[in-house]
Design a protein around this ligand. Structure first.
Ligand code: F6P
Length: 552
């Protein structure tokens, strides 16, 4: 059981408040010039990965105090409780064991009387056999042709992780298999994907932990109708539909054969599930061996998180930095900026991971928290984002901590592209940190020689960059399955650390329920005009407008 204790009542919190008051006025420029060793002291290495924290508004003392906070909030005990399979997801009475999905040790982990690791390995073997049949062409469609298109139908955690990874590792993609995704209940999503496909050579993966998610079931039914229109025999479903779910009864009721069902367990949260059978589309795209390399990267990060002292522990420090900015600086958002086109979906994936996990306002005893929790996560790939929202990060009124993420080597080394890309990466983190003073702006304008003093003074306030804008830089040698696994596991553990310090439950998502319930009722109303809802005037007005103008 996780303890219930408000972080604001800790001794470390008080010390951090005092420390914040002393540090807040200091400019990062000053911190760098005072200490030539700042980069060495404030950057950490994990295997070949580099995490540079030195461009954050912190000193070594800040990190020491944040670690004291984590100690007071009993983070080490919480970490052991998670890895040990205790029911730390208390509001759903479940263990939290996504780490078991990438645990290759020969240990034993008893959950509900079963060895979780043995069960995991059985499903992994099933996935491997399936992928081998698919890639060798042994698995054939109903007309005897080999499968060349795989469509993952799922939403949220059953979609975002697989799609992001398939995109991120495109350069490792197997030949002859194209992987597609359908998630949105908007029929356009299914229509646009299905029109590219041939039912004889397409296999659908229905990915749903609960197998009750309306969007996924609607899309799965649409795919089944589309398929049966061509195949004309329900018997053929078993060659073209497989399911990934904890709800084997519902899968069977849908018509998917038990031997085509890949199980997972309640102790895998949706947004932490890409390592489970939910990752089947990843294994289809890359081959099972590459999927396993990704698991091994995650396992290495798990070991680091579990065994490394807090002060040197990368996910711990990353999580604590977020506490520092959210609760002391009052930052409301955090930007994720991958300088790698392949990682362009990472911000979206991290939105669910962090915001669905820690977007909570009830503390563990049910009382309202009286401090901020999860900030808004957003972002996009560099350099495109530099030409859209970077203006605000540089000169806007909000302080926005950023994670810059880049590989040293590109998977597509073309001409000078990667040098240009990384020049931008380094330049942006430097500019955010240093800014540009009024004196520097004046000197620059004067050097031009074609502009008078009055005009210079008018321009100065617009061209000044305050700087002192924090960023963390994450670099690695090259984007590959192992490194990606480690990076994603790092963000998962960061999420956990934040939830522990904020005294909230990170592994439920009750906030998504209300919208689902209301949509269900309104759907009945829209289908049958005799059903009358009891809504506010705005909702009534919108429904009336819809009815008046609906064509089909
Ligand atoms: O968005 C709510 C949620 O429950 C997510 O946590 C989950 O990833 C998603 O819906 C999909 O759920 P399922 O895999 O059960 O279809």
């Amino acid at each position: 059981m996780l303890k219930n204790y408000p972080p604001t009542q800790t001794i470390a919190w008080k010390k951090l408040e005092d420390h914040f008051n002393a540090l807040q006025p200091k400019h990062l420029r000053e911190l760098f010039s005072q200490d030539p060793e700042r980069f060495r002291k404030l950057s950490l290495q994990f295997e070949e990965m580099m995490f540079d924290l030195s461009k954050n508004r912190v000193t070594e003392e800040t990190l020491d105090l944040l670690v004291e906070l984590a100690q007071e909030m009993e983070l080490p005990t919480a970490i052991e409780s998670m890895f040990g399979g205790q029911s730390i997801n208390a509001t759903e009475n479940r263990a939290v064991l996504h780490t078991a999905l990438r645990n290759f040790s020969d240990s034993n982990l008893q959950i509900d009387g079963e060895d979780a690791l043995t069960e995991v390995r059985d499903v992994q073997q099933q996935m491997k056999t399936f992928c081998n049949k698919l890639h060798s062409g042994e698995w054939k469609g109903y007309s005897g042709k080999r499968i060349n298109s795989v469509v993952n139908i799922g939403i949220g955690g059953s979609h975002l992780g697989p799609q992001m990874v398939v995109e991120a590792l495109k350069s490792y993609q197997k030949e002859r298999i194209e992987v597609y995704f359908i998630s949105n209940v908007d029929g356009t999503d299914a229509a646009e994907v299905l029109k590219k496909l041939d039912p004889e050579t397409t296999l659908f993966i229905i990915a749903s932990k609960t197998f009750t998610t309306k969007e996924t079931i609607a899309n799965a039914e649409t795919a089944r109708d589309w398929f049966l229109k061509a195949a004309n025999d329900r018997e053929h479903i078993k060659k073209h539909f497989v399911a990934l779910s904890t709800n084997t009864n519902a899968v069977e009721a849908f018509g998917i054969a038990p031997e085509n069902t890949f199980r997972f367990w309640d102790w895998v949260g949706g947004r932490f599930s890409l390592w489970s059978a939910i990752g089947l589309s990843i294994a289809c795209a890359l081959g099972y061996d590459k999927f396993e390399e990704m698991l091994r990267g995650a396992e290495a990060m798990d070991k680091h998180f579990r065994k490394t002292e807090l002060r040197q522990n990368i996910p711990v420090l990353m999580g604590l930095l977020s506490i520092w900015y959210t609760n002391f600086f009052g930052c409301q958002t955090h930007a994720i900026l991958p300088y790698d086109q392949y990682l362009r979906l990472l911000p979206e994936f991290l939105q669910q991971l962090l915001m669905e996990s820690n977007g909570k306002s009830a503390s563990r005893d049910g009382s309202d928290v009286n401090y901020q929790t999860q900030p808004v996560i957003w972002g996009a790939a560099g350099t495109n984002s530099q030409h859209s929202f970077f203006q605000l990060i540089h000169q806007g009124t909000f302080l926005i901590p950023c994670d810059f993420i880049a590989p040293v080597n590109s998977n597509n080394p073309i001409g000078q592209h990667h040098t240009m890309l990384l020049s931008n990466f380094f330049a942006q983190t430097e500019a955010l940190m240093k800014g540009k003073t009024a004196e520097e702006v004046r000197a620059e304008l004067e050097a031009k020689g074609n502009i008078n003093q009055e005009e210079i003074e008018e321009l100065v306030p617009h061209k000044v960059f305050e700087g002192n804008r924090p960023s963390t830089s994450i670099m690695f040698h090259q984007l590959n399955p192992y490194t990606l696994g480690a990076l994603l596991a790092m963000y998962e553990h960061k999420t956990f650390v934040q939830g522990i310090v904020w005294n909230i439950y990170s592994f439920d998502q009750w906030g998504v329920e209300l919208g689902k319930q209301l949509a269900g009722k309104i759907e009945e109303e829209l289908m049958d005009t005799s059903v009358k809802g009891n809504h506010d005037s705005s909702t009534n007005g919108l429904i009336t407008y819809y009815r008046q103008h609906q064509k089909n």
